[in-house]
Design a protein around this ligand. Structure first.
Ligand SMILES: Cc1cc2nc3c(=O)[nH]c(=O)nc-3n(C[C@H](O)[C@H](O)[C@H](O)COP(=O)(O)OP(=O)(O)OC[C@H]3O[C@@H](n4cnc5c(N)ncnc54)[C@H](O)[C@@H]3O)c2cc1C
Length: 451
């Protein structure tokens, strides 16, 4: 009999699940439902369309229509799943005409993603206050981007910084206000955040940390924001204060929600109700180092989790082991990446750490185009295991982060990291790999501590 796999949410996790299920079961009846009007697209590219690096929002659509036909997916756009009945194994969908239809499933995958968190600030409902999650959001913001205008971005996470890049290279005077005392608080330690901040401020972006936006003022249009005693001009405000998992359907269906407010799943991406899987931004993941539940709402993770859910829903056996939350972003000429725990986060989890931080070069010192790269390596003093890294530079950040992510997953120790058999050629790499040098520094500190 044909396996009826129904997937709620047609973006990274949903499409990845559908594609993996199709590879495993060529005959399965696969339905992919999304309330958005577009087939899957890359949210990650939205800031770069606003920046003008990519010409059109449509360029972010990941697959042509022919892909869905070729894969024999039944793709329903502009369709909202309103209800799940796990006992009868059916869902109720509603299209734009308000018509409802019941669809039965054998396996259901929830890939409902996340939505922007909007803090309760006075004036936050004004028209020129935006969030960035969808193509529609991107278009609304883009229309407001006019050189000489003033923008205030609330939140200095990765979306906030990417937007600061986008707005300021289009001539908008940009201010970022971050409530905690540093930028990128989940990604970087304070020392590395200071380095990144300096480089971003050099580009003309003003940054306030350790203070919240208290009020957004303006009669008909947004005019200013109030931060403490000060007021700042604002023609538009963008709220980039993180996202919250979309769990309304999961709660209605009776699935267990974890302590982080994401859907609880096991390593097979199974929820607490049989034949219902979940993946992506809507689920809670397990941190590989601490074993603790965590929210890591990244496209990379959504894709990998979706794949596991899809294989299993199609009768296969796949496992998702957990996350390190490896991430990278580019703002101006700066690449900022991180994997594993920050020192700060490690301490909060009761792990004593030692770290090495080194400034190196991306190519031979004398080679044209060489640039500075800052690498921080963090290790657990009790085991010498590498547990985190943060890297800031103009090139070569992403692949170093990937290398370190594998090292952390493989429980590499500082003593092993200093022995990397690294490559070298003047135009592409320096003779002494900066990751190795940072590990060496951490190791020396560790040896000093233990003597
Ligand atoms: C501006 C921006 C930049 C980003 N940059 C990066 C990056 O550089 N690298 C990175 O790894 N990640 C990045 N991310 C995060 C990444 O986009 C998300 O982690 C990823 O989109 C999660 O995929 P998902 O499929 O789990 O959820 P989503 O992409 O949120 O998709 C869920 C879909 O389900 C639909 N849905 C929800 N409920 C229902 C329902 N009841 N009925 C029908 N449909 C429903 C939603 O409308 C949505 O289309 C970025 C995000 C943003 C917003």
């Amino acid at each position: 009999m044909q396996n009826r796999i129904v997937i709620v949410g047609g973006n990274a996790a949903g499409v990845s699940a559908a594609s993996a299920a199709r590879k495993r079961d060529r005959k399965a009846n696969i339905t992919l439902i999304t309330e958005e009007s577009y087939p899957p697209y890359s949210r990650c590219g939205l800031p770069y369309v606003i920046a003008g690096d990519i010409s059109r929002f449509e360029d972010l659509l990941i697959f042509p229509h022919s892909y869905f036909q070729m894969m024999k997916f039944n793709l329903l756009t502009q369709t909202t799943v309103k209800h799940i009945n796990p006992n009868e194994k059916h869902i109720i969908i509603e299209n734009t005409d308000g018509k409802t239809v019941t669809i039965s499933y054998d396996k259901l995958i929830l890939a409902t993603g996340a939505k922007p968190f909007v803090p309760p600030i006075k004036g936050i409902k004004k028209r020129e206050v935006y969030t960035l999650r969808t193509i529609e959001d991107g278009r609304l913001i883009s229309r407001q981007v006019v050189a000489g205008k003033h923008a205030v971005i609330i939140g200095a996470g990765f979306v906030g910084l990417e937007l600061a890049h986008a707005l300021s290279i289009r001539g908008v005077k940009t201010l970022i206000v971050e409530m905690v005392p540093q930028i990128l608080p989940t990604l970087l330690d304070q020392d590395m955040a200071m380095k990144a901040r300096g480089r971003i401020e050099e580009k003309g972006v003003m940054i306030i940390t350790g203070k919240a936006v208290d009020e957004i003022n303006g009669r008909e249009k947004v005019k200013e924001v109030i931060v403490g005693e000060e007021s700042y001009d604002a023609d538009l405000v963008i709220v980039a204060t993180g996202v919250r998992s979309r769990t309304e359907l999961a709660i209605q269906a009776g699935l267990t929600i974890g302590s982080t407010k994401g859907i609880s799943v096991n390593q097979k991406m199974e929820t607490t109700i049989p034949d219902i899987y979940a993946a992506g931004d809507c689920v809670e993941s397990k941190n590989i180092i601490t074993d603790q539940p965590t929210l890591c709402q990244l496209g990379t993770i959504a894709l990998r989790q979706g794949k596991v859910a899809g294989i299993n829903a199609a009768g296969g056996q796949a496992i998702f082991k957990g996350v390190l939350c490896s991430a990278v972003l580019k703002a101006f000429d700066l690449e900022i990446g991180a994997t594993g725990l920050t020192s700060n986060n490690a301490e909060k989890n009761g792990i004593k750490t030692v770290s090495g931080r080194v400034r190196g070069k991306t190519r031979a010192e004398y080679f044209p185009g060489t640039s500075e790269i800052n690498v921080k390596i963090i290790s657990d003093t009790s085991s010498s295991r590498v547990i985190g890294s943060q890297i800031i530079g103009s090139e070569g950040v992403a692949q170093r982060i990937n290398m370190l992510a594998l090292g952390i997953q493989k429980q590499v120790k500082l003593e092993e990291l200093v022995q990397i058999d690294a490559c070298y050629s003047p135009p592409v790499a320096d003779s002494l790999e900066v990751v190795m040098l940072s590990a060496e520094m951490a190791l020396q500190k560790q040896l000093r501590k233990s003597n």
